[in-house]
Design a protein around this ligand. Structure first.
Ligand code: FMN
Length: 176
């Protein structure tokens, strides 16, 4: 059975991206799911001097091991001022010091959502361009705008968005 890691790129206790990533992962059939919370991978603020004196944080090593043990990754990124949430960026900065290929050539379903009408389009665009350079094989992507209007735990309410999401999920599912 294929192993899938799912997480939101946020440390908010009420993260809509964590909710969305976990929701999408649950729809995948016949997979072994590992659902994580970035709060369980807390690391200090990256600093080259700290790296020199203390080495790599255990939680960065654990996160990298987690990625390596998977066949695929479902991630939904929070957007802060058009970019990654700082905690997510900080974690992947540490992980990049273990290996430049942060994502270990794993297949990825890359998503973003936000309460606003752009659905994290800016951070999604940044990650779509950057993650392949850092070892992600992006098989599908999706942005969900206006999360509270469009999402319910039973599914995506807007018909057009639901169709597009289902197509991307199938693309990812077929790739793993
Ligand atoms: C510092 C900060 C900056 C934000 N910047 C953006 C932004 O650029 N675009 C956007 O759509 N939402 C922005 N938001 C709203 C977030 O999308 C919203 O807080 C969302 O819930 C974050 O995802 P999360 O719940 O998974 O943490 C920002 C929120 C914060 C706290």
């Amino acid at each position: 059975m294929k192993r899938i890691l799912a997480f939101g790129g946020s440390t908010s206790s009420t993260s809509i991206n964590k909710q969305f990533a976990h929701y999408a992962a649950h729809l995948l059939k016949d997979v072994d799911l590992t659902l994580i919370d970035l709060n369980d991978f807390d690391v200090p603020l990256f600093n080259v001097d700290l790296e020199k004196s203390e080495g790599l944080p255990e939680n960065a090593l654990r996160f990298k091991q987690c990625i390596e043990s998977m066949d695929g990754i479902v991630v939904s990124l929070a957007e802060h001022n058009g970019n990654y949430a700082a905690a997510f960026k900080n974690l992947i900065d540490w992980v990049s010091r273990i290996e430049g290929k942060i994502w270990s050539e794993k297949k990825m379903f890359l998503m973003a959502t936000s309460p606003g009408g752009r659905g994290g389009a800016s951070v999604l665009e940044i990650a779509l361009a950057a993650f392949p350079r850092y070892g992600a094989s992006i098989e599908a992507s999706f942005s969900l705008p206006s999360f509270s209007e469009n999402f319910s735990p039973e599914g995506i309410k807007n018909e057009e968005l639901a169709k597009s999401f289902a197509e991307q999920l199938t693309k990812f599912s077929n790739s793993i």
